[in-house]
Design a protein around this ligand. Structure first.
Ligand code: UDP
Length: 412
């Protein structure tokens, strides 16, 4: 696997580390459980990192030195593609011929390197886009910077070079075909998953006690990288609206934002705290730096609901994780969230980003504990449709198809 711009060893929920890191780690580990050895190439971002770090049995992270360790933004990485690719090829050259059977690249930068490795090693390239510039630019948050045209061209080149493309959802597959001219016969839909052992129904009371939250609280939770695309401001504005219509809630309301700044959010790291101040709700908003999985389970379990108001989301692992814990999700009806959330059964999908609409949905759940209880049951059932084991099985089937496709083309 190639995950150039972000390492599976990084803590997700801040900077460039998010769902893709979780995806790469979870799928690699499950492939290893199925007897597939996985090397993950990523860029070294720290001079202390060893060249090879075993992640788990059968999975190694290989750090490639290319460019300065720290301080290189994602948009500067195209300038490092050549040296990164050269070092990947050098690493492989130390092994016996035929060391790798498949290259699976994640995000377009890795795809550029993967396309080169594919031709050099004579093995198929399987590529996962994770996000696409054309889709992202169509759904920009206000004031967010569009992705550059060079990325669009880079993505088109990767789509053309890949033997197989993995799409998170049917919609993503359509975008690949319609916006990127992908051959429909080479696109396979594989849903991401959730670790149903780690994220399992958990007592709300116990979680609240562990987090020091009062038992009668109403907790509105946002989890993820803080940037305009994820629209955490919509949650804050909706919470302010909720308090305007129901001031008695003030003592019990907690708006928790778990995660750290990322992307264009890094340019204004205090923007959300400033917004809470200007909305007059800084007494109810709590900012929590990125947390590890066991604490995240507690946050999900403690929440009345999890809000995912993103402008775009290629899937939305947070929505599935929250539901697996038994917490309803109120999400924007965009991208993968329409697959991840069953509207009216495991939560609600909201059209658009008007805070008043979100506030109304919050109120309907808060005012009707029996509705929340029913959604909670629906949430667990909805999440049960997704699992990393299934993702890994389907990914392996795509690898086999890619190998067969390449073999048939070689014979021709
Ligand atoms: N995450 C985490 N700790 C945090 C915040 C987020 O481990 O404090 C993880 C979360 O569990 C999820 C991922 O980061 O698996 C975010 O994935 P998602 O698909 O929701 O968003 P993305 O980052 O891909 O945009």
């Amino acid at each position: 696997m190639i995950s150039l711009h972000t390492s599976p060893l990084d803590q997700p929920g801040t900077g460039d580390a998010g769902g893709m890191n979780v995806y790469v780690t979870e799928v690699a580990q499950r492939l290893a459980q199925r007897g597939i050895e996985v090397d993950i190439f990523t860029r070294a971002t720290n001079s202390q990192l060893p060249a090879l770090v075993p992640l788990s049995p059968g999975v190694n992270v290989r750090h490639i030195v290319s460019g300065p360790f720290e301080g290189l933004a994602k948009d500067e990485l195209p300038g490092q593609l050549c040296v990164f690719a050269r070092e990947v090829l050098r690493t492989e050259a130390q092994f016996d011929v035929g060391h790798y059977d498949v290259v699976h690249s994640h995000y377009w930068l890795s795809g550029q390197v993967g396309a080169l490795a594919r031709d050099r090693w004579g093995v198929p390239l399987v590529h996962s886009m994770h996000t696409m510039a054309k889709v992202k630019n169509d759904l920009l948050a206000e004031g967010d910077t569009p992705e550059p045209h060079a990325r669009v061209i880079g993505e088109e080149q990767v789509v053309a070079a890949a033997d197989m493309l993995i799409a998170n959802t049917v919609d993503e597959a359509k975008d690949l075909i319609n916006a990127y001219d992908a051959d429909p016969g080479r696109v396979e839909v594989v849903h991401p998953g959730v670790d149903l052992h780690a994220f399992r129904p958990t007592s709300q009371a116990a979680a609240r006690a562990r987090l020091g939250l009062r038992q009668d609280a109403e907790v509105l939770l946002f989890v993820g990288r803080i940037q305009p695309l994820k629209a955490p401001d919509v949650l804050l504005r909706a919470a302010a609206e909720l308090l305007r219509t129901d001031p008695a809630l003030r003592d019990r309301l907690v708006v928790a934002v778990v995660g750290g700044p990322s992307g264009s959010g890094l340019e204004h790291p205090t923007a959300l705290a400033d917004l809470a101040g200007s909305l007059g709700i800084d007494d109810v908003v709590r900012f929590v730096p990125p947390v590890r999985r066991d604490e995240l389970v507690d946050w999900y379990a403690a929440a009345t609901l999890v809000c995912v108001p993103s402008y775009n989301e290629s899937f939305g692992l947070v929505a599935v994780e929250a539901q697996a814990v038994g917490t309803p999700v109120v999400a924007a009806a965009v991208g993968g969230l329409t697959t991840a959330v069953a509207d009216g059964r495991s939560g609600f999908l909201v059209d658009g980003h008007d805070p008043a609409d979100y506030a109304r949905v919050f109120a309907s759940i808060i005012e009707a504990p029996q509705l929340r209880a029913a959604l909670s049951v629906g949430a667990v059932a909805q999440a049960a449709d997704f699992s990393w084991d299934r993702t890994a099985d389907a990914t392996l089937a795509v690898y086999r198809r890619a190998v067969a496709l390449m073999a048939s083309e070689t014979v021709r």
